[in-house]
Design a protein around this ligand. Structure first.
Ligand code: N2P
Length: 368
């Protein structure tokens, strides 16, 4: 009798254990590096019971390769605008179910409208953050070398004789052909969105002249390199440069030494405005959880916490109520009308043009 009872109890327990396993809900997220407040992820799991498996990338090309190959294993991805558009064209993204994202009502209409150029009807993506590509610098080291010469100009980067002045304090550039080539074109006075082989070659020739001064083409290491004083100049992303500034301050507070002063300049000739948006691959296994995740991220307080942590503008308008004043009033993060006029956008490269871009960029990076 006793034995039978024990068997029954044991069976009930293992059933409960099985049920718990069956109920464990997961969402696999693939986001840019340094792009979220980690506490927000913990809070998401606490509140929803959904575990987050979180991986990071620092290049659209890496993301695109994985997603186009299929079975990436990711449920939520965050491509930039032109890559988003190519994924839509390749039919690898799911149409979102707006009824499952009620917080969409907090989206910033102006940003949603701009994003529609890449995602017609805003059917596949919700903007997470947006920002610009400009010049990050170590204030002290740049002043030593430049005096009062203005910093907010591509002349600083794309005139070989200027760039050479910073070689001995360290220069990084993004490993992002689709951002560096348009910036070089802008400097040359050519349409940054040009798809002409001759123009792309011209940008490539200019970058070839500069490459010898560049310590590294890399899209995430510059945050710590700037903060740690290993480099003094970078062509990089706005928020990442402000994160470098924060890290330098935190390190200084710990050691009691004066902080390395870091700042970001938007070149007056014009800078790229980009949009990184949540999307769900068609072959995602946790579609329900992916919608819950996106909806959570679109909660104004949550969106603001992420913006306060990473220093990029949120695609969430309502979030602005909760964004730190220092960030909201920073014109390089939340541009005013005059600053907006300086920003340009680009359209995707067709496959044949992409081949030219990739060839030119490989040459710039390798020197051959
Ligand atoms: C995050 C950088 C994301 C900006 N570290 C690239 N669009």
């Amino acid at each position: 009798m006793m034995r039978r009872l024990l068997v029954a109890v044991a069976a009930a327990f293992s059933l409960a254990a099985l049920a718990a396993v069956a109920q464990e809900r997961v969402v696999n997220v693939y986001n840019w590096s340094d792009y979220i407040d980690p506490k927000v992820l913990e809070e998401f799991t606490r509140e929803t019971g959904i575990k987050v498996r979180y991986d990071v990338f620092d290049s659209n090309e890496v993301l695109e390769t994985k997603v186009l190959a299929g079975k990436s294993g990711y449920d939520v991805i965050v491509p930039s605008q032109t890559y988003l558009n190519r994924m839509i064209q390749a039919d690898v993204l799911l149409k979102l179910d707006p009824s499952k994202i009620p917080n969409l009502k907090h989206a910033w209409p102006e940003i949603t409208r701009r994003l529609a150029t890449y995602d017609p009807g805003n059917a596949h993506a919700v903007n997470y953050m947006w920002g610009t590509t400009g010049i990050g610098y170590n204030v002290g080291k740049i002043k030593e070398r430049l005096g009062t010469t203005p910093i907010d100009t591509w002349n600083l980067v794309f005139r070989p004789e200027n760039l050479a002045k910073f070689k001995n304090c360290g220069i990084h550039m993004l490993d992002a052909a689709d951002e560096m080539i348009p910036a070089a074109l802008k400097f040359l006075g050519i349409d940054p969105d040009s798809k002409k082989t001759a123009d792309i070659e011209k940008a490539g020739a200019l970058l070839m002249q500069l490459r010898g001064n560049v310590k590294k083409f890399h899209s995430s290491e510059y945050i710590n390199a700037l903060a740690g004083g290993e480099i003094c100049l970078v062509v990089g992303w706005s928020g990442d440069i402000f994160q470098a500034r924060n890290r330098a301050k935190e390190a200084a507070a710990k050691t009691g030494k004066p902080a390395v002063e870091i700042d970001y300049a938007l070149p007056k000739e014009g800078a790229l405005m980009w949009f990184d948006s949540f999307a769900i691959p068609k072959d995602a296994e946790h579609v329900e959880e992916a919608h819950i995740f996106i909806n959570f991220m679109m909660r104004p307080e949550i969106a603001a916490r992420n913006t306060n942590f990473v220093a990029y503008a949120s695609g969430n308008l309502e979030a602005q109520k909760f964004v730190d004043k220092e960030i909201l009033n920073n014109r390089s993060i939340y541009p005013d009308q005059a600053t907006f006029k300086l920003l340009y956008t680009v359209t995707p490269y067709a496959q044949d043009v992409q081949r030219v871009v990739t060839r030119v960029w490989t040459r710039v990076k390798s020197g051959r």
